[in-house]
Design a protein around this ligand. Structure first.
Ligand SMILES: *[C@@H]1O[C@H](CO)[C@@H](O)[C@H](O)[C@H]1NC(C)=O
Ligand SMILES: *[C@@H]1O[C@H](CO)[C@@H](O)[C@H](O)[C@H]1NC(C)=O
Ligand SMILES: *[C@@H]1O[C@H](CO)[C@@H](O)[C@H](O)[C@H]1NC(C)=O
Ligand SMILES: *[C@@H]1O[C@H](CO)[C@@H](O)[C@H](O)[C@H]1NC(C)=O
Ligand SMILES: *[C@@H]1O[C@H](CO)[C@@H](O)[C@H](O)[C@H]1NC(C)=O
Ligand SMILES: *[C@@H]1O[C@H](CO)[C@@H](O)[C@H](O)[C@H]1NC(C)=O
Length: 171
């Protein structure tokens, strides 16, 4: 009786470890790729992104599947570009990168994040157009690109109800 209880617990633990190492191989690679394009990190927040910590700073994971569902790196003074590998975080629903110094273009790969609900990039130095591919993010409800350099948006790329929010925040 007792033995079978402990062996069940052991089986569950092994299953959990296998599940978590799955996260390590998929989302971990993407997070490291994101980190690799950040050239300055004055608060050292990404220095906490290493394989030994299950809970990385600024990274929100789903409680059941342990996949990355949110990135909250607002107000961190980050300098660099946004890696297209962000699209490999396929469970991502929230991206908050407000008030950093990120430049370059918004990667069109973001269009494959079909669970994305919020794309918040105000007060950075992103340039060029919002990629049309973002129209594939059909759950996108909130998009804030205010305070960026010369971002243009073609008419088709943002659909209602996001479009209204977008116009509100676009400047
Ligand atoms: C992202 O996914 C693509 C396609 O599956 C793969 O080729 C690429 O190596 C991945 N990048 C990272 C950083 O995981
Ligand atoms: C990972 O982060 C922890 C906490 O900051 C640190 O103590 C440890 O040395 C780091 N490990 C590596 C391999 O960088
Ligand atoms: C963007 O969408 C176009 C189709 O409109 C597709 O050909 C292209 O591969 C997509 N790019 C990315 C990076 O997903
Ligand atoms: C953007 O920066 C301005 C000026 O510092 C600030 O007033 C505004 O609140 C910032 N916007 C956001 C969304 O943080
Ligand atoms: C949106 O996704 C569909 C397939 O899911 C693809 O055929 C289409 O080219 C994508 N459009 C854009 C603009 O990425
Ligand atoms: C956006 O709309 C304006 C006016 O309705 C039109 O002139 C322009 O061609 C449209 N641009 C695109 C990329 O569809």
């Amino acid at each position: 009786m007792c033995f079978s209880f402990f062996s069940k617990v052991a089986v569950l633990l092994v299953a959990l470890i296998i599940q978590m190492s799955g996260v390590v191989s998929v989302d971990n690679l993407a997070l490291h790729a994101i980190k690799s394009e950040i050239t300055e990190d004055p608060q050292g927040v990404l220095s906490f992104w290493n394989d030994s910590l299950p809970f990385w700073r600024g990274v929100i994971c789903g409680s059941l599947h342990q996949r990355v569902t949110g990135l909250n790196l607002a107000n961190r003074g980050l300098v660099g570009t946004l890696s297209p590998s962000i699209a490999n975080l396929s469970f991502l629903r929230y991206i908050y990168l407000d008030n950093n110094k990120l430049h370059g273009s918004i990667p069109p790969e973001i269009g494959s994040l079909f669970r994305l609900e919020s794309l918040s990039l105000p007060n950075n130095s992103f340039t060029k157009e919002i990629p049309n591919n973002i129209s594939n993010c059909t759950k996108l409800l909130h998009i804030d690109l205010s305070g960026n350099i010369a971002i243009k948006c073609s008419n088709q790329s943002i659909k209602s109800p996001t479009k209204r929010r977008f116009q509100e925040f676009y400047s």
